[in-house]
Design a protein around this ligand. Structure first.
Ligand code: PHE
Length: 470
């Protein structure tokens, strides 16, 4: 089989030792910063609290944590390993491994799933990123101070009912993402992660501190950590699984792309665990910040995607220096969403460059503008098309707007599917000695990982899928 592909500049040398021609991360820290920048985003602060609220709390959180531990971390290791062994962009890495290990080149389907998923996710992710931008102004203007839950709710509904404003901020968010992807240099941004992520963490701690004064912290902790399995549904398990993939940026070949820059001497297992622990920590902290406010104000935990925008502003309206903290918080949230958004757009731009021979500016503009246009359907789902459920005739998708469908199809179907393919590739077809060398684990730990990706992950994903179809 010939592996040389047209228009692939980074792919011209020999396959062995191919990392030599690409710059590598300078250190383990640099990789961790980039991967954390992708993983920590709206998924942790916006999505985790609202899906937890919608799915009844504790039991859902437990399943989510189990998915992170037994499916997420092993898949992240597999993705990083495939990337590093391949040494190229995901599609070409898989081609290179296919050639070396004699696999069917059709495995590059993993890359295709990733490109499609990233493109679809970014279309609505950018709309939510726009909400965060809009809330910088809302908090900075001081209009939240001393407001009631009703007034804060009205401000949020006001935003959703205004397609023009939503479009403006969606456009700004998408432009920010496109700007960085078009330039192709992110080193400055990665360094910024090392300052801004800890800052976001500290602000979350401040909100948790405020939440402790509401008198409902215990109730919130019980809601999050005392599993009540009667509240867990089959679809809740699917959402927990899908969210584990979404929040760790898995199933989309992002970690594969980043892994291709990881120096050989660095432990894949340790770095993957570090990124996953940071990501999970941020999500749990967001839960502990938000639910006390929910209970203290008699709000509905299952309020849906608006949950953080109906609770956090209340906290910022009441705590000392709330306008300052609130403004900072939303600025940092935009930054976290931005670094994730970049990793969502990158795969399709890289693909257009390598396979279609377009230059970076043109491919960024092309993909970005189409993605932006698709985002308009999500904006309309929040107002003019709020009652439009295009696939409502399928029982499982009843009442789902286009926005809901995009979220459901990507997070709960495409990403687990991409992860399943990665697990099958590592567990069943790649050369075992080569993987042993790449992961450099003790034989016991390697076998634990191997059995997980070979059996546990495929069975778990398969069972959840089949149950949900029935
Ligand atoms: N992990 C990101 C978040 O939690 C979203 C994302 C998903 C980014 C998939 C890249 C790939 O916000």
């Amino acid at each position: 089989m010939s592996v040389s592909s047209s228009g692939s500049a980074a792919y011209s040398g020999s396959l062995e030792g191919s990392n030599a021609q690409r710059g590598l991360w300078s250190s383990r820290l640099a990789f961790i910063l980039a991967a954390t920048g992708s993983a920590v985003g709206l998924g942790n602060i916006w999505k985790f609290p609202y899906v937890t609220g919608e799915n009844g709390g504790g039991a859902f959180v437990l399943v989510y944590l189990l998915c992170i531990a037994i499916i997420g971390i092993p898949i992240m290791m597999a993705e990083v390993m495939i990337g590093r062994r391949g040494g190229h962009s995901p599609v070409n890495s898989i081609k290179a491994i296919a050639q070396r290990d004699g696999l069917n080149p059709a495995w590059k389907l993993v890359g295709a799933v990733g490109i499609l998923a990233g493109f679809l996710i970014l279309s609505f992710y950018s709309v939510i990123g726009g909400w965060a931008i809009s809330y910088v102004g809302t908090t900075a203007s001081g209009q939240l101070s001393g407001q009631t839950a009703d007034a804060v709710g009205a401000i949020f509904s006001g935003l959703l009912s205004n397609p023009g404003t939503l479009l403006l901020w969606h456009t700004v968010f998408m432009a920010l993402v496109m700007l960085v992807v078009a330039k192709g240099v992110r080193s400055g941004l990665e360094r910024a992660v090392s300052i801004l992520m800890p800052a976001l963490f500290v602000l979350l701690l401040i909100v948790v501190g405020y939440a402790m004064t509401t008198g409902h912290f215990g109730q919130a902790a019980a809601f999050l950590f005392q599993p009540d399995f009667s509240k867990l549904t089959t679809s809740g398990v699917l959402v927990a699984l899908g969210h584990a993939f979404f929040t760790l940026s898995l199933g989309m070949a992002v970690m594969m792309a980043y892994g291709s820059y990881l120096p050989k001497k660095i432990s894949i297992a340790k770095t993957s665990i570090t990124v996953s622990v940071i990501d999970t920590g941020v999500a749990l902290l967001a839960g502990l910040a938000i639910f006390p406010i929910v209970f203290a104000n008699g709000l509905e935990p299952g309020a849906g995607p608006g949950l953080i925008f109906q609770t956090l502003p209340l906290a910022f309206g009441q705590m000392p220096m709330g306008s300052l903290f609130g403004t900072l918080f939303f600025v940092l949230l935009i930054f976290a969403a931005w670094t994730s958004g970049i990793s969502l757009l990158e795969p399709i731009v890289e693909w257009l460059e390598e396979q279609k021979g377009m230059n970076r500016t043109v491919s960024t503009l092309g993909a970005g503008v189409v993605c932006w246009a698709l985002g308009i359907t999500s904006i309309l789902s929040l107002n003019l098309w709020a009652d439009f459920a295009p696939l409502g005739f399928i029982p499982m998708l009843e009442g789902k707007t286009i926005f809901d469908l995009l979220d459901f199809f990507t997070a709960n179907i495409l990403l687990p599917l991409g992860g399943l393919l990665v697990a099958l590739m590592a567990g069943w077809v790649m050369s075992k000695p080569a993987m042993e060398k790449e992961l450099a684990l003790s034989p016991g730990t390697f076998n634990l990982w191997f059995v997980t990706v070979r059996f546990i992950t495929p069975i778990a994903v398969g069972v959840v899928f089949i149950y949900n179809l029935m």
